[in-house]
Design a protein around this ligand. Structure first.
Ligand code: FAQ
Length: 323
């Protein structure tokens, strides 16, 4: 539900508009594209939604690398559907950013020029097919943990996009977990592949939730505006608590000697995260940053003709319809 309509006949009064915006947020109602919003709110949303959209699109690459080498037709069909879903998520998110006045092509240019970020997690290589399973289990698991609260985000188009995205991500997580369960019932080599993949992806998955709360410049503002509903550390803790029992059922060891259940708090304590690694990866120096952006750049440049042809067709179609 959104705020009552403004009196459009009256001259704009910035403080009245701000009061109405604040009241809408305080009441837990949604801000919609037609509503007035502070410039900082609009910019923060474009930043987060664009980064999220870029993550979905760049996130197609690590798993896409295995499409031609999937171990069976069944696994190939599942992986193909999942990678296509990620493309769809990127499209919903770019569409949500467009409702704020952003231009999709401009956002892609900013990504390629390093002026906008995408999730650190997609800068790690996928070395074996077990990585496909671990991405489903741990990376999609982290994405769900972070994104379910975003279904209640204060900006309507973002919150609504998240509902469908989360439904699909749940399916992605299950397919990853099922693949890993199958491998864990296989040969000793297959079990070793799963453990090796868990060892490589566990810590980067924890980093997906962002820097610690005391070093997260955007959190306080975003939470006050109802864009984010929980802090980075709250969601990271929720994720650890959720993942440990899943690891036990799977029969893998999470690579953290400090991981232990704390009966007093009811949460798992975990070891120190290497924040320098996160900073390195975010600033473009992770293992696969250069490759990811190079591939995104050639996808944009090599396929520019498709956009030109589709645009020319749409213009022609509109002209014909107007006759
Ligand atoms: N990687 O002040 P905060 C997926 C940046 S989708 C890179 O805490 P904020 C689906 C942050 O942007 C995964 N950059 O920022 C899938 C900010 O930079 P800026 C993506 C990061 O926004 C699965 C600076 O650090 N999900 O996985 C990261 O309040 C499988 C300071 O940080 C989303 O985008 C990071 N990990 O909180 C696809 C969810 N963390 O712009 C394919 C929506 C922080 O000030 C296969 N986003 N930064 O220069 C969010 O919830 C938030 O934006 C956070 C960061 C939590 C990511």
């Amino acid at each position: 539900m959104s705020a009552p309509p403004l009196d459009r006949a009256a001259p704009p009064d910035e403080s009245a508009l701000l009061r109405q915006f604040d009241a809408t947020i305080a009441a837990g109602h949604r801000i919609e594209p037609r509503d007035w919003m502070p410039e900082g709110y609009r910019k923060t949303l474009i930043r987060q939604i664009a980064q999220h959209a870029h993550s979905e699109i760049i996130g197609m690459q690590p798993e896409g690398d295995w499409l031609l080498a999937a171990p069976s037709l069944r696994r190939k069909a599942i992986l193909l559907a999942k990678v296509q879903d990620e493309a769809g998520h990127g499209m919903y998110l770019y569409a949500a950013a467009e409702t704020l006045g952003a231009d999709r092509a401009d956002l892609t240019d900013k990504l390629i020029e390093g002026r906008q970020k995408y999730s650190s997690i997609f800068n790690y290589p996928t070395l074996t097919y077990a990585d496909v399973g671990v991405i489903g289990w741990l990376v999609d698991g982290a994405a769900i943990c972070n994104q379910v609260p975003l279904c209640r985000s204060s900006y309507g188009p973002y919150a609504r996009a998240m509902i469908r995205v989360c439904k699909e991500e749940s399916f992605h997580q299950r397919q990853g977990y099922e693949l890993l369960l199958t491998m864990m019932r296989g040969t000793p080599e297959q079990r070793a592949m799963v453990q090796d993949a868990v060892d490589r992806w566990w810590w980067p998955s924890l980093m997906m939730f962002g820097p610690p709360d005391d070093d997260s410049p955007n959190s306080a503002r975003s939470m006050a505006w109802g864009i984010k509903r929980h802090s980075n550390d709250e969601l990271r803790q929720r994720y650890v608590d959720m993942s440990v029992p899943q690891a036990e059922i799977l029969g893998v060891t999470l690579p953290d000697p400090d991981l232990a259940y704390d009966a007093e708090t009811g949460h798992y304590r975990f070891g120190a995260i290497d924040w320098d690694e996160l900073k390195r990866v975010i600033s473009g120096n992770g293992p696969a940053n250069a490759e990811r952006i190079a591939r995104r750049r050639s996808a944009r440049d090599d396929n520019a003709w498709v956009i030109e042809a589709a645009t020319a067709y749409a213009v022609k179609h509109t002209e014909v319809a107007a006759r």
